[in-house]
Write a protein that binds this ligand. Structure first.
Ligand code: WAQ
Ligand code: MG
Length: 261
């Protein structure tokens, strides 16, 4: 990447309701094509017909932190129940108390069209984000040229070539680097997309289904250590540029592989 890097981000809304958003980091040369692609995606979004599309371009004031993508582990759970059970176990292992896991499942199961993630205290389940109506939007994240190539090659080799998976892996990689964050839980609000994941500092654990097909509720929850400094966490998530530069392992496991461990 050249020295001059830009954050390009987009948010689209319809009658003040969030429809879609996207964010990436690119060099000077990529700014225009990136912005154009984001606008096209926004105007053509299955969730709505936005009347307001805002694209923000700003030059990064600091060079990005280069990181390796989390190891990817696909958990071959054959039902939503089994997937959620294993997901809960992984979250518990990362320090999220069982009642907070239930709380998070309920939060994701009842939210549509939120632009950001819910920040939950891992011990009490209390919302810690400053504006719970909107959640916290992670920004200033992307891939380097090398990260791009490595991700393409690895995702393709494992039958995971999809922008959605790639974006989620990059986001989860940044989120689990944030000071104070112990884990993330996510599934899409797209009714056609049932897969979801748990991310911890150890890996990106994906499940074929964390919700039923046709369900248009989904979102993201980030779990915070009880002693986390929320301002620091939020500043990192929104402001600190992070790019994925390399990849790690890609594995497949069964639920019993994880539960017996
Ligand atoms: N920062 C914080 N929250 C976000 C962001 C962001 N940059 N982008 C999306 N969200 C939240 C927001 O509440 C969305 O409504 C919700 O996440 C879901 O977003 O490996 O596609 O883009 O196959 O629908 C998981 C991939 C895909 C699993 C998740 O999420 C896999 C996905 P979506
Ligand atoms: Mg998205």
């Amino acid at each position: 990447m050249t020295d001059e890097l830009y954050s390009v981000r987009m948010r689209a809304s319809e009658a003040d309701t969030y429809v879609s958003g996207a964010e990436t980091i690119t060099d000077r040369e990529g700014v225009e094509s990136t912005a154009r692609a984001m606008i096209e995606r926004a105007l053509d979004h299955p969730r709505g017909d936005p009347d307001d599309v805002v694209v923000t371009v700003d030059r990064l004031a600091e060079s990005p932190m280069c990181v390796s993508a989390l190891p990817v582990v696909t958990v071959e759970a054959d039902s939503v129940e089994s997937g959620r059970h294993v997901a809960g176990r992984l979250l518990a292992d990362a320090g999220v108390s069982p009642s907070v896991v239930d709380r998070a499942l309920a939060v994701l199961g009842h939210s549509t069209a939120e632009r950001g993630a819910a920040l939950l205290d891992a011990e009490t389940g209390k919302r810690r984000d400053p504006d719970p109506e909107r959640g916290v939007r992670v920004s200033r994240l992307g891939t380097s040229d090398r990260g791009d190539e490595e991700l393409d090659r690895a995702l393709d080799a494992h039958g995971l070539a999809s922008t959605r998976i790639r974006d989620a892996l990059v986001l989860a990689t940044k989120v689990t680097r944030a000071p104070g964050v112990v884990a993330e839980l996510c599934w899409s609000d797209n009714p056609d997309y049932t897969a979801g994941y748990v991310a911890t500092r150890d890996g990106y654990y994906r499940f074929p289904a964390l919700k039923a097909a046709g369900d248009s509720q989904g979102g993201r929850a980030f779990f915070l250590a009880p002693d986390a400094d929320v301002d620091r966490t939020v500043t990192f998530l929104k402001e600190r540029p992070v790019v994925v530069d390399t990849v790690q392992s890609f594995d497949q496991v069964t639920p019993s592989d994880l539960l017996s461990g």
